[in-house]
Design a protein around this ligand. Structure first.
Ligand SMILES: NC(=O)C1=CN([C@@H]2O[C@H](COP(=O)(O)OP(=O)(O)OC[C@H]3O[C@@H](n4cnc5c(N)ncnc54)[C@H](OP(=O)(O)O)[C@@H]3O)[C@@H](O)[C@H]2O)C=CC1
Ligand SMILES: CC(=O)N[C@@H](CCC(=O)OP(=O)(O)O)C(=O)O
Length: 354
């Protein structure tokens, strides 16, 4: 098959770097264009000598004409609020887009504007139709829609890790739709490559701390999909924590079982049945709990479920690499589907342990 050409916009950031690493080894895609802002005009080998690309490429400004002239697809890995400036001209020029930011994750532009308030002020968006058109890029749940899409919005890292174990139980009505609690931990790369004080080694190391308590942006993103799948409005409590590691994300979801007679074995069978045809999700046996190190450098989510018969609660556990299944790996998984390839093409599923 002829290689499909992919532009990577935001190439020098963490999401861009993972995307390039995956595309570089991919049998059916080739990197056709690199874009950035501060890095524009610089040679790639100077910026990232550790990730050599064919030819001595230069990073360019994100010009839709140039991207359309060189590329069939574009992966946008930009700070929130910027993709929505590029997506309309790219789609008009026939370039299909996977956006790793939150710009198109909400069906309603008004909801996006109420969650991403600062970004909405500076972007003055009017692309309601594109918000409605964009497909939420969780391949295990929206495979065919992603394959047909012009525009895919890859989910956030916490939503990916939390929704994968939660959705099967909501869909089958096995848990109460209220009282859901998500407690999650992430490594510092989740905050991106641009300098931020709380992500400095001296601040984040030897410490663990909650942040975004009540109202983290991913709360409403998780609620949107959970509500769609459950068929009723879902409100949940989500608390993220920053832990002193570079990559990895662990999400623990607590729910109340409707039928307290269900066992951990029954619930594991529920997950196994839903995900048996999805190699990027691994359901662990009862009593085996996932660690972020098991998912590190892979595009695989590792899930486990336990039942506390004393409290009637279901405990769902999910580990992902925030930069792969939580971001760029999932983006390439979506690209694979859009290009008519196997979802796992070119994606690592096994870690180098430890
Ligand atoms: N990190 C994570 O774990 C996850 C991140 N995401 C989302 O993915 C997106 C990218 O995140 P991440 O990779 O962490 O971000 P980084 O901060 O690491 O990278 C951002 C990139 O955007 C580029 N950029 C910034 N402004 C412009 C502009 N005006 N025009 C062109 N390029 C620009 C930067 O290029 P330059 O250096 O040249 O200025 C840089 O390459 C974000 O929306 C984030 O929310 C989603 C899931 C997980
Ligand atoms: C440590 C850290 O800051 N993590 C980020 C992860 C979010 C992310 O990257 O996803 P989006 O695409 O939705 O922004 C956060 O909690 O906001």
């Amino acid at each position: 098959m002829v290689n499909q050409r992919v532009a990577v916009v935001g190439a020098s950031g963490y999401g861009g770097l993972q995307t390039l690493r995956l595309l570089k080894e991919h049998p059916s895609f080739q990197v056709s264009f690199l874009a950035g802002e501060r890095s524009a005009g610089r040679s790639w080998s100077e910026i990232c000598p550790f990730l050599p690309l064919e030819g001595d490429r230069v990073v360019e400004a994100a010009d839709p004409e140039r991207i359309a002239a060189t590329s069939d697809f574009a992966v946008l890995s930009l700070p929130n609020g910027l993709a929505s400036k590029l997506v309309p001209p790219l789609l008009e020029r026939g370039v299909r887009v996977v956006d790793l930011s939150a710009d198109y994750r909400y069906k309603s532009l008004d909801q996006w504007s109420s969650v991403y308030v600062q970004e909405a002020r500076s972007s003055a968006r009017t692309d309601h139709d594109l918000c409605r058109e964009a497909i939420y890029g969780l391949p295990e749940w929206h495979q065919q829609d992603i394959a047909d899409a012009r525009l895919v919005a890859a989910p956030g890292c916490f939503p990916t890790a939390s929704l994968l174990p939660l959705l099967p139980f909501l869909k089958q009505g096995l848990i109460e739709s209220d009282g859901l609690i998500i407690d999650a931990k992430t490594g510092t790369s989740g905050g991106g490559r641009a300098a931020k004080e709380h992500l400095l080694l001296a601040e984040a190391s030897e410490s663990i701390a909650p942040y975004g308590v009540i109202g983290h942006r991913h709360t409403s993103e998780i609620e949107q999909l959970a509500s769609n799948v459950a068929g009723c409005p879902i409100q949940l409590q989500f608390t993220p924590h920053l832990v002193p590691m570079v990559r990895g994300l662990l999400s623990t979801v607590y729910a109340r079982l409707r039928d307290p007679g269900l066992t951990a074995e029954d619930c594991t069978t529920v997950l196994q049945t839903v995900y048996q045809a999805h190699p990027c999700v691994e359901v662990l046996p009862v009593g085996t709990y996932p660690a972020t190190k098991w998912a590190k450098h892979t595009n695989r989510a590792m899930l486990s479920v336990q039942v506390d018969t004393r409290t009637g609660r279901l405990v769902l556990m999910s580990a992902v690499d925030n930069l792969l299944k939580g971001q760029a790996g999932q983006g390439v998984q979506c690209l694979n589907l859009m290009a008519g390839l196997k979802p796992t093409e070119g994606l690592p599923l096994t870690p180098f342990y430890p």
